[in-house]
Design a protein around this ligand. Structure first.
Ligand code: ASP
Length: 437
């Protein structure tokens, strides 16, 4: 059985939803995972923020605006009055839930429950559309099988056992529709897998049922060899290994949630990235096979802060790096890149929430320099060690762009370079010109 996930823009209008129905209906049993209709989760975040600030009237006004948008949506999605009425009834209930959440005292749980409604709406509407078109479809709530533990990590065993039970109850269903993103937590409360987490849901579901394939459908035909938002004439990469895809997803290529590679990799399930707007385009196939050699793609991640930790005490001393890492661990801040010299170490982070505390601790034994507005350029491929010249190709391409940090050799799939964000556009263009044209 395959698992197919459709993102927010793929279900972003009644037309698009109908298109998805056509893509999936081929008489093969499958699980279809949906995101919220595009723009909905952002709107729900706004509503939740207003509720938190006790601006209830504004929050209710936003809920009503959203409700109006969906009323128009319904009108175009269904053919018959009966289905329009049924869908409207579902919507009224969901929007009543939203209003009552905004009306109750605000807690962390309120936010999670508000955000969950986006996927609940999209899956209900889509399921009803399938039923109206005589497709043998069922809606299974992700809240019945998806669970994260105390550490916010997925509870693989729970998910597997409960999902199996849920789908076994519908042996004849052709399409099993469920929500991405939403989950229960260890306390049985509604929670989520973080923004963009529907890909992760699809991968967890695919791994739980040992799916034949996981397909992620978006509005672009797979991973491109450079960022199409910044560089012209990029092209889709036909094949990537799990490790290459993980690097690209983590370092900026927005098409796939980085966490979603691991569950598929662990169960060795191919992941196919497809384009809803061009269903016949081949897309990118991610498997464990390491195909081709040399540079395949470039991605960029902004919002990076570099911290240089300089200490004479590091000279010939052991345990210095442990001390540094412990500080970052204490403040739950993960490090992306690291380079060292004999008396200093530079690291990058993308989460500066606890930066002040980190600086305070590090300054007890070193001099600190902090630089914001940095970008990591990540060059990905299959760099077989004997194949020399890959680094040279990259450095030659970048010409006079100042490089703040270089990380090479951590894996054979990646060279990471830290540059100032103001040089990003030029860097991406130069890399495209010299590596891919
Ligand atoms: N709807 C959620 C978001 O916008 C999850 C997702 O689309 O993957 O972040």
């Amino acid at each position: 059985m395959k698992v197919l996930k459709f993102g927010g823009t793929s279900v972003g209008s009644p037309e698009r939803m109908k298109n998805v129905a056509q893509i999936i209906c081929d008489k093969n049993r499958k699980i279809v995972v949906l995101s919220a209709v595009s723009g909905t989760t952002n709107k729900l975040v706004e509503i939740s923020n207003l509720a938190e600030k006790k601006q209830k009237e504004e929050a209710i006004k936003e809920i009503e605006n959203l409700e109006k948008r969906y009323t128009i949506f319904l009108d175009e999605l269904y053919k018959t009055e009966q289905y329009k009425k049924d869908a409207n009834y579902i919507l009224i209930n969901i929007f009543e839930t939203l209003k009552s959440l905004v009306d109750s005292p605000f807690t962390v749980r309120t936010e999670k429950r508000i955000l969950a409604q986006g996927e609940i709406i999209s899956t209900n509407l889509f399921h009803l559309h399938l039923v109206e078109n005589k497709v043998n479809a069922v809606l299974v709530s992700a809240l019945n099988f998806m669970r994260i533990g105390k550490d916010d990590e997925p509870d693989y065993f729970y998910i597997k056992e409960n999902l199996k039970r849920e789908i076994k109850a519908f042996p004849d269903a052709e399409i099993i529709v469920t929500q991405g993103f939403i989950t229960k937590n260890v306390y049985g409360e509604i929670d989520n897998l973080q923004r963009g987490g529907s890909d992760y849901s699809a991968s967890l579901i695919g791994a739980a049922i040992k799916a034949e394939e996981i397909q992620i459908w978006t509005d672009i035909d797979g991973f491109h060899n450079n960022d199409p938002r910044y560089v012209k004439n990029t092209r889709a990469i036909r094949e990537l290994s799990f490790d290459e895809a993980a690097e690209l997803a983590y370092f900026g290529a927005k098409i796939l949630h980085p966490a979603s590679v691991l569950p598929a990799k662990l169960q060795n399930i191919p992941v196919l990235l497809k384009n809803t707007l061009q269903p016949d385009a081949l897309g990118t196939l991610i498997t464990r096979d390491e195909t081709g050699d040399g540079i395949k793609a470039v991605a960029a991640k902004d919002g990076i802060t570099a911290i240089k930790i300089n200490s004479a005490r590091m000279l010939l001393a052991h345990g210095f790096l442990r001390k540094v890492f412990e500080t970052f661990e204490k403040y739950e801040t993960s490090i992306d890149m690291i380079t060292t010299s004999e008396i200093s170490v530079s690291v990058t982070i993308d989460n500066i929430k606890n930066l002040q505390n980190i600086e305070y601790e590090l300054e007890k034994y070193s001099n600190i320099t902090v630089e914001h507005d940095q970008t990591i350029i990540c060059v990905v491929g299959n760099f077989i060690a004997e194949k020399t010249g890959v680094a040279l190709q990259v450095f030659e391409a970048l010409g006079n762009i100042p490089l703040r940090m270089i990380s090479y050799g951590g894996s054979k799939h990646n060279i990471s370079l830290l540059i100032n964000t103001k040089d990003k556009q030029a860097a991406l263009e130069l890399l495209s010109k010299h590596l891919f044209s």
